[in-house]
Design a binder for this molecule. Structure first.
Ligand code: NAP
Length: 264
């Protein structure tokens, strides 16, 4: 029973920004559950080829497509190619994203706009062109990767928080417009995760590491593989009546206001 509910065997999943990091962890989770993975990235073909090889090494059927998610012309051409060469896209994970850490008072408008473009406008562009096929087939799953910064402010990440906060409302509006076509749109909000980028600060005694570990009720950084369960759930029949929901995978950070540092 539960195997049928969560079964995604043979589904085609496009995961944007799946060349490494959290996108790769989510795509690996989908691939190990039987989905065919379409990997996207933008910086180099070599990176995409290496990622495809890493998926295939795990026994996953994977294909790579290089395109800039913020460029509508590239997105339209790539989706057409993917649907011709791999098949109809059943699952879309809008994961590609960037962050620029600058105090708002010092931030250039061009930098602010670039973050909004990639983190908020791109999920709209890619979804708009993928959902047309989903609507025609009356079936589809879209997952927008949000953040704790969708809910909270923090110094230096104003543009990112504005984009990720906007992505929550975009998710709810996509869900509102497309639920009637049996397309479920939801979000995942990752907390702090142990990736190669955070390795240098994930050491005992580092102030940011200590802040995260103390602030998180689970008392640890997330393992990227912890995102697989939420991704499979929101990609499978098990979530067929879940629409416009943001599933935070954060070790409980958003559940609490925290505690004074001297309190157990
Ligand atoms: N890491 C965290 O703790 C955390 C927490 C909350 C939310 N998130 C969100 O989770 C997502 C992934 O985060 P991450 O830390 O894994 O990021 P990351 O390591 O910086 O990886 C970003 C991915 O996005 C791709 N990408 C960037 N710009 C692109 C563009 N214009 N077109 C196509 N692909 C593009 C990159 O591919 P190439 O390099 O090959 O171009 C890469 O695969 C992001 O949306 C991020 O905001 C992360």
């Amino acid at each position: 029973m539960s195997q049928t509910l969560f079964d995604i065997t043979g589904k085609v999943a496009l995961v944007t920004g799946a060349t490494h990091g959290l996108g790769m962890a989510m795509a690996m989770g989908l691939g190990k559950s039987g989905a065919t993975i379409v990997v996207n990235g933008n910086s180099s073909q070599e990176k995409i080829d290496n990622a495809v090889a890493a998926y295939q090494k795990e026994g996953i059927t994977a294909f790579g497509y290089k395109f800039n998610v913020a460029d509508e012309t590239q997105v339209i051409a790539s989706i057409k190619k993917i649907e011709e060469e791999v098949g109809a896209i059943d699952i879309l994970v809008n994961n590609a994203g960037i962050i620029k850490r600058t105090p708002l008072v010092d931030m250039e408008v061009a930098d602010f706009k670039q973050v909004i473009d990639i983190d908020l406008v791109s999920p709209f562009i890619v979804s708009k062109h993928v959902v047309k096929g989903m609507i025609a087939r009356k079936a589809g799953k879209i997952i927008n990767i949000c953040s704790m910064m969708s809910e909270l402010g923090r110094n230096t990440v104003g543009a990112y928080a504005a984009a990720k906060g906007g992505l929550v409302m975009l998710t709810k509006n996509m869900a509102t417009e497309w639920a009637r076509f049996n397309v479920q749109v939801n979000g995942i909000g990752p907390g702090y995760f142990a990736t190669s980028q955070t390795a240098p600060i994930r050491v005992d005694g580092h102030p940011f590491n200590d802040f995260i570990v103390n602030r998180t009720p689970a008392k640890k950084w997330g393992d990227p593989n912890d995102l697989a369960g939420a991704t499979i759930f929101l990609s499978s029949k098990a979530s067929d009546f879940v629409n416009g929901h943001i599933l935070y995978v954060d070790g409980g950070i958003l559940a609490t206001i925290g505690k004074p540092s001297n309190e157990e």
